[in-house]
Design a protein around this ligand. Structure first.
Ligand SMILES: C[S@@+](CC[C@H](N)C(=O)[O-])C[C@H]1O[C@@H](n2cnc3c(N)ncnc32)[C@H](O)[C@@H]1O
Ligand code: SF4
Length: 244
């Protein structure tokens, strides 16, 4: 991390902890809800299928920047589908860096070629071993692994939403993160039940078991990008909102 970024985040930490300021540091821009997949656990794809225009996205980015946000996520729908005339996702990432965001991350399903070296992290959804991932996300596992292998930078972090279908695949995904070229880490989250996906939600006991497995994998040296201290909040689903 650059010294200037480190100083900014230190200043933010002091303001938040010592002076109880409640200002945002992290923001997300949804570039489109259009998606090429229809994953079993997802309720937010293709509701409007609108590609938001470049100028509108730029305005939203500026608004977030002016609010003090310095960690920006681009999310979808499928982010790599986004385009507006000559602009594509890579242009958005470069624009965000020019604007002054210190960390710029992209969330993707990984089914398109990954050429985004300017992004700090590409959060790529992998939802289990090949069998469970494909059960949730259609026949995409091999395409994704091939795209990871051919990515132009090693800035990929796997992102797994744990649910009833894939809860026994935590170890597999940890090992994939540890042993695959271009992947730096894995981050875990739990399924958020929407009315049409309630049956995929885990019980508190199941979530606690998953957190034990993740902790064990961390002990064994798996590159897990979660804070152990946050597990009780994840299990209870009790993050204060909005979080600052
Ligand atoms: C909505 S997707 C958008 C980005 C991209 N299409 C992808 O799949 O990564 C962002 C993340 O949300 C996760 N997700 C979707 N529905 C969810 C749910 N009900 N609960 C928890 N995570 C969910 C996905 O697995 C994915 O990792
Ligand atoms: S790829 Fe992402 S946005 Fe598309 S359906 Fe799956 S989780 Fe939803």
């Amino acid at each position: 991390m650059k010294l200037s970024s480190f100083l900014y985040f230190t200043y933010f930490g002091i303001k938040t902890i010592l002076f109880k300021k409640r200002e945002p540091i992290l923001g997300t821009v949804i570039v489109t809800d259009r998606c090429n997949l229809h994953c079993k656990h997802c309720s937010v794809n293709n509701i409007t299928a609108v590609m938001h225009p470049y100028d509108q996205i730029k305005k939203e980015m500026q608004l977030l920047y002016d609010m003090g946000v310095r960690i920006l996520f681009f999310c979808g729908g499928e982010t790599f589908l986004w385009k507006d005339k000559d602009h594509n996702l890579r242009n958005l990432v470069i624009e965000a860096k020019h604007m002054g965001f210190l960390i710029v991350n992209v969330v993707t399903n990984g089914t398109f070629p990954i050429d985004l070296p300017e992004a700090n992290l590409i959060l790529l959804s992998l939802d289990g071993d090949k069998q469970r991932h494909n059960e949730i996300r259609g026949n995409t596992y091999d395409i994704i692994m091939n795209n990871i292998h051919n990515a132009t930078a090693d800035n990929i972090c796997l992102y797994m939403a744990i649910n009833k279908i894939n809860k026994d695949c935590i170890r597999d995904v940890c090992l994939t993160a540890r042993n695959t070229k271009n992947i730096r880490a894995v981050s875990f989250n739990f399924h958020t039940p929407y009315p049409d996906t309630k049956e995929l939600a885990l019980t508190k006991e199941e979530k606690a078991t998953c957190c034990e497995i993740i902790s064990q994998m961390m002990k064994e040296g798996a590159p897990v990008f979660n804070l152990k201290n946050a597990f009780p909040y994840l299990i209870e689903n009790q993050f204060p909102t909005p979080c600052h």
